[in-house]
Design a protein around this ligand. Sequence first.
Ligand code: AMP
Length: 200
Amino acid sequence: MTERYRCLLLFGAPGVGKGTQGKMLGQKAEFVHLATGDIFRSLDRQSELGRKFVEYSSRGELVPDDLTVQLWREYVRGLIASGRYRPAHQVLVLDGIPRSLPQARMIEPYIFPLRVIHLAAPNIDEMVRRMRVRSEKEGRHDDMDEGVVRRRFEVYERETAPVLSFYPRNLIEEVDAIGSIEEVHARLTAVVARIYTPSH
Ligand code: AMP
């Protein structure tokens, strides 16, 4: 079997700040941030997969698991082939995958999770508000419609939240996601520093 990718799994509800925090972590040489939502958004909308993405995301739903995992695997292989991810030296920060129990099972043979970092926020209304602001700033059309956003939370509760129980409890770190970007980042880096020290 091929070597498993060491990774930190960034976990949490839509709008909780996974992307922002993941990008910040990814600026350090020892981490590579990989967000499946970003991969999907970068697809050609006329391609078959690009059309599927629009079809599902515009309803606030998940793209089917097999397509998602296949795309993820190809993307990681591309990162390795182009030298942007060096598995022996770097840790993948996975953001937005796995998002369902089948995905957790499907990617299991390929990953070695160092920890699952749960960015936790109790207040859904605050998340909905953040997503509205973000959708305007970043042109994320799927998040402009409040009905679609609510649907994303239902899908999160039903399909994604159970993923936490897939991983052993001792792998899970809770990080309070309420506060400024800098505050949350400080909490996150304190946790990450405990988990992983680069070897060189
Ligand atoms: P995000 O930027 O993470 O909020 O993702 C935007 C949209 O991409 C989601 O609403 C889904 O339609 C799709 N998506 C992203 N990651 C996944 C995943 N792991 N599984 C299925 N669909 C995904």
